[in-house]
Every structure is written in structure tokens, then in C-alpha cells.
Ligand binder design. Sequence first.
Ligand code: MSK
Length: 637
Amino acid sequence: MSHSNSIDKSMAILAPIAEQNGIDTPWDRYEKMLPQCGFGELGVCCRICWKGPCRIDPFGNGPDRGICGATAEVIVARNLIRMQAAGAAAHSEHGRHIALAMKHLGEKGLDAYAIKDEAKLKGVAERLGIEAEGKTTLELAVEVADISLNDFMNQDHHKECTWLSKSLPPVTIERLRKAGVLPHNIDAAVANVMARTHVGCDSDHVNLLLAGIRAAMADYTGMVLATELSDSMFGTPKPVITKANLGVLKEDAVNIALHGHNPLLSEVICDMAMLLNDEAIAAGASAGINVVGICCTGNEVMMRRGVPLATNYLSQDMAILTGAIDGMVVDVQCIMPSIATFGSCFHTEVITTMPDNKITGARHVEFSEKDALDRAREIVRICIDAYRKRDPHRVNIPQQKETAIVGFSTEAIVEALSLVNAEDPLKPLIDAIVSGDIKGVALFAGCNNVKIKQDHAYMTVVKELLARNVLVLATGCGAGAFAKHGMMTQEATEEFAGESLKGVLTAVGTAAGLEGPLPPVMHMGSCVDNSRAVMLASALAKALDKDLSELPVVASAPELMSEKAVAIGSWAVALGFPTHVGIMPQITGAPGVVEVLTKTAKDIFGGYFIPETDPVKAAETLYDAILERRKGLGLSV
Ligand code: MSK
């Protein structure tokens, strides 16, 4: 029997439809997988050579070494840092793609793209040390792209990636430099992890873990340049009011769901959907084209255009069960192959677009920046054609839908604060932290994981922290969870924020003309936009002349699953943030690795991992970490 395990009520409505159609939900697929491999759960299964697979007996009754002699510590560390490297590769491929597009735009022009935010580009250029005087916008774009691309190409080990020093406080850079974890080249950091984890190479778990942190810092580098260049090309997000959850689908519209990560695709589809709206109406869809988002592409178009968010990671294939999605257009990352199966049970066209991200059973329309308009037109028309085949009797759109105020880029937050203090915009925030009106800041990031009830851990941890007057920032599918469940509204501030936090959010919101508070959870964007939170924290650290590791800032990934989330969590630790993970990481078969990541890391980086599957306890531990930081700064607790 098909079922769901989610606090999102629309899932309970859709699960019976999966059963009627004889397809498994993600939760069914998970149940069929049980019991999951105990060796894998502990991280002690080694598959990096064909003498294996080897596995260490955690109870001490069987093998305590692999065939090559590798210990549990080495096996676990190798497995973990390969995840960090994969996460870094994914994010930085995204960044490289944007940087190459910006370079092509500047050099040869690209019909579908422009520098929409010239002020941001100029700011980025200035930060990178580029002299802007006398240069055109496109010339500047080329130089910004070249410097960014050099972070993938530099071979001088003594020269760290430019984007690191241009985005982090000097004292933090110095600490990380001493620890030897600053990459000189994003690609090299990833390749180095793959090389040193080859059989018969690095067999010291601490040395391996440090290489993993370096890869994670490469992940951060790819991420920050992706965000900053995307803003330049597509606009820096500003607060916008939209809706979230599957109730955003429209029965009388051609519904196109954009899913994946890279705005290069989704931005052009959004433009094309507007251009072809009349064709949709002519096809019988009286409401025209309704573009909605899923996962981080959803976040990208939501915060820049106010496009409503249909759902987050774990319910992506369930969305097709509404029978109302005519096209699901995907690019890269976090796309379940199951969407092709779900699509084939309905009229939904599942369209892959990237040469290195195809799905068997899906239609492929290869997208490139050079012919973006033609391909986008083709894709939107495929979706309109699919609408013609939609069976109205199979449409079942759950009514769940919440308002969400989204789009709090660092710039937008600073702009809102400047309405309180134009001369020194950060001062109101710093004053609130110093006085204790805001006890600290928590960044929520990460995914959903089928191992726990969808969205439940996010909602539990966040409510606990808000009640304790902690300012909350959110990205990725965590942000999606909060948007779906009404945590990005002014009403949520009234209901969940502690009194002093509510006072600050109301003062800033009122000054910004909102006639009430800011939402209690600030939507900062997609996975790569975790860099925005670092930018904000770095601005605070610089203003206070402190290391990031001294600030009362914590991170939480209550429902993480992806390699990218592992990489994000790892750089959060390196930057100095106590970092909660709500899914037990696959490292517990190696006590030495656990010790390094949860304790020793604190001595080296200030940050450390807090594995805790109980969300209430996790909130308590995060809050204690905030108070410890406050004490360290001599602030009231
Ligand atoms: S999409 S990495 S499930 S946040 Fe960025 Fe969501 Fe996690 Fe993917």
C-alpha cells in the first residue's frame, strides 16, 4: 500500500493516487530497502578497489582491517571525504557554468542573457580588485568571469582561490591558512581527494579529513562565485511575496515545473513562458502558463521573480501525481530518476536539458546558452502540447498553499537595516545581538531525507530557536519546507518569535514599509546561496573585528541527505560554526573520525559537528553553543 511520511498534508492526499496507479512513493521505495546495510550506515564498507568490498566488524568479532590493511578510521574517512569532494564538484560545476556563460556573454553576446544588475557587477568587480573606470559593463563581466574561472585553473599552490579572500574576514582566512585547508584551485582540491583516496594512498584519517575540509572550502568557493555572478546576470533578490506548496498548481493553466539548480535554464524558460502565454490560452488553458519551482531552481526563480514554489526535494515525484503538471523541466542535481516513471503514468513531459544529466525514459532537449531561446521555445511548446493531452478527470491538486515573503539577499537585508540606520546599516543588527534582543543567528540548510518525517525536524528546531530569540536564515529545501509551512509570513513572527526578536523584526519591517514585522525565517535562496549567509556573517565579523568562529552563529541541516549538504556542513564547521546534522552521519564505525569531527575540530576551527536526531535536543544544543559564543564575547546570556 502506498503511503507517505510527511507533515506536508498534500502528501497524504497524493499517496493513494500512487497506489491507484501502481507506483511506489519515495517512502515505499525506502521501506523496500529496509533493513539498510548496517556496515554502510556505519561507514565501514570499503568499495574503492576490486579486492573488496571489505567491511569492518563493528562488534570486534570479525575483520578489523580491510584486505589491504585499511582500518575503520581510514575507510570511514575516505568514504566521507569522497562525499565532500563530490559535493564540491557539483556546486563548483554549477559555478563554472555560470562563469563561462558570463564570459561568453561579455565576449560574444548571448541573445537570452544580459547583465541585469550592473550595480552588483560593479560591486563584485571592485571587490575582486578590478579597475572599472573606462570599461563597459560587458568588459567588466569578462574580467569578473576570468578571475572567477582562474579559481579553477591556478596552479600556484601558494596563491589561494581569489574568491576566498574576497569574501571571508582576514582573520578567518589566516586561521584557515594555518590549518592548511585553503584551496588554490577548486578542481585540484576535488582531484586531490580522489587521488589520495585511491587504494594504497593516504592512510591517516586526520590527514584525510583535512583534505576533505579543503575540498569543502573549494565547495564554498564555487558556491560564492555562483551566487555573486548569478546575481549580476539575473538580478540580486529583493523581498517578494509569493506562495508555496502544491496548491500553487492551477487547473486551468499549463503548469510547468522547473526543477534542479542552475538559473541559466530556468530564467530563460520563465521569459519564454511569458512570450508564449497566448499559445497556451489558444490551447485551451484559460489561465495561460503557470510556472512553478521545485528544489533549488524553485528557490532561484522564487526569490528573483516571485515564481511560486510547488514543493521541496522529497516530494518532487509526488507532484506529478496531481495530474496537473504538464512539463517538468530539469537541469542538474537532486533530480530523482523516479520522475520519469511518474511522468509516464500521466501525460507529464519530463524533460532533461543538460548533456551530463539525462534520465532514461525522459525526453531530452539539449540546452545551451548559445541557443537558449530556441531550446526554451521548444521546451515550452512541448509542455503546451502535453497540456492538450491532460486528462481532467485525473487532476487532483491539493489545496495546501501558504504565503511566503522571500528574497532576502544580503543586500536586501542590509538595505532594510539601512532604513533604520542609514549611516551604519549593520549597527541595528549588531546592537540587537549585543543587547541580547537577538541571541544569535542560525542558518538552516539542506534537504529532506526519507529516514525521517518530511519537514518535521525543520519545523521543530526552528520553532525552538525562534522562541529563544534566535534570528533564522534559510536556504535550499530547508527554505522550501519553511515556505510550505507558513514560516515566511508576518503572522509566523507573531506566533513563533520570542518577544525581543519580534521587537527587532517589527522595527525593521515597519521601517521597510511592511506595516509589520519581517518574517521570522529569512529566505536567502538556493543551496549555492548559503554563501549569502556567510557574506552577512562576514560583514558582521568584519564590523566587530572578530573571526567568524567567535560569532554567535550556528548552522543546522536537520534533514540532510546529499553530498552537497555534507560539503556545506563541512565548510560551515571550518568557518567556525557549530553545525547540527539531524541524520546520523555514516561515520560512527570509526570513533577516531567521530572524535575529530565533533571535538578536535572545535580546537582547530572553532566549529564542530553536532550529530543529533532528536530535533528538540538539537535546538537546545545549538542554543547552548550560541550562549557559549556570547559568553566568549563578553555578552549577556
Ligand atoms: S536541492 S542538495 S535536496 S537542499 Fe539544492 Fe534541496 Fe539538498 Fe538538493
